[in-house]
Design a protein around this ligand. Structure first.
Ligand code: EPU
Length: 295
């Protein structure tokens, strides 16, 4: 694998700790982590992987991810070096999969384009946001998406979003596929209004959600009710395991206070899920992704 990457001129590191690449800050090492710098290099990396039939995962911003302490004996394709964003005169914005979502939002709102502002507080990459159909305050990224280029086992597919069945916090983009780029159509807006709105959204988010090391909301909201409210009502805020704690600010967040292990985080999540199940009969579904050795 490393030989093929080297020959193709694709940057990689061996034994790279995933804790460095996830906002939760836990997780062991990836056997090999590749850093394609462009959609072309991304495609070449995935072709090398397919030729060698090597197991792999695709990493975006690592903001919605808990990686097991034992790490992964796999290739991890890290898209962080593919981050070009272009904004056309007509408000069409195209961002590469590894572009940072918050930076992209600020870039568009500062240029006077409306459409992405609700996403201003959401950490992570454009690619991760697309796969998860990230959103906040009634907005989902698929609302403004006009086109998406995904590389999967079949090669490149550029499609209108309807091809990928976007839904609440999900899509049909398969595990192991990589978002090369996404295009959204934005509308003209007033730069000052947009600055005011993004500030207000940021403040609202800071008032209701914790900062520090976390992976965003742990559970999806069940069809009826709110995961955060349910967990809060059971008095679980502040519940801890090692250095992992249920956020006192928002009960659907687990925060790594520094030095937590994945076992702490996952153990705490399981405990919360069991308590909710026992008290309410509701089976909470994970919103965060968990990467561990495949069984
Ligand atoms: N609530 C509590 N206690 C808590 C947390 C929340 O009582 O500890 C109550 C709130 O008072 C409110 C209700 O629960 O009445 C809902 O809370 P909130 O408005 O914070 O929204 P949420 O449903 O918990 C969702 C998304 C967030 C997104 C916010 C804002 C999911 C799973 N979560 O949270 O997204 O930032 O709305 O739009 O859809 C994420 O995707 O990682 C994420 C955090």
């Amino acid at each position: 694998m490393t030989q093929a990457l080297q020959q193709a001129g694709i940057a990689y590191r061996e034994g790279e700790p995933l804790s460095r690449h996830t906002t939760m800050g836990v997780g062991g090492a990836a056997a090999v982590m590749a850093f394609p710098r462009s959609p072309e290099e991304l495609r070449a990396t995935l072709e090398i992987r397919a030729d060698l039939q090597a197991p792999h995962r695709v990493l975006g911003g690592g903001s919605n991810l808990v990686v097991a302490d034992e790490g992964l004996d796999e290739l991890v394709v890290n898209t962080e070096s593919m981050r070009a964003v272009t904004i056309g005169e007509d408000g069409r914005v195209t961002a590469e999969g590894g572009a940072n979502l918050i930076r992209t939002v600020l870039q568009t709102t500062r240029a006077g384009w409306r459409g992405l502002e609700s996403a201003v507080g959401i950490p992570g990459s454009i690619g991760g946001a697309a796969v998860m159909n990230a959103g906040a305050y009634g907005f989902s990224i698929s609302d403004v998406m006009t086109e998406i280029t995904v590389y999967d086992e079949d090669g490149q597919r550029t499609e209108p979003p309807e091809g990928w069945r976007f839904r609440y916090r999900g899509s049909s983009i398969p595990e192991g596929a990589a978002v090369a780029s996404l295009t959204a159509q934005l509308e003209r807006g007033d730069t000052e209004d947009l600055a005011e709105e993004t500030r207000a959204i940021g403040n609202r988010r800071r008032a209701t959600q914790p900062g520090g090391r976390n992976a965003g909301c742990v559970f999806k909201n069940p069809p009826e009710g709110h995961a955060g409210r349910t967990i809060d009502a059971l008095g679980l805020k502040g519940r801890r395991r090692g250095k992992a704690v249920v956020s006192p600010r928002h009960a659907n967040f687990v925060v790594n206070e520094g030095g937590a292990t994945a076992a702490d985080v996952l153990g705490l999540i399981e405990e919360v899920r069991e308590r909710v199940r026992a008290a309410t009969g509701v089976e909470l579904e994970l919103e965060v992704k968990v990467w561990g050795p495949r069984s």
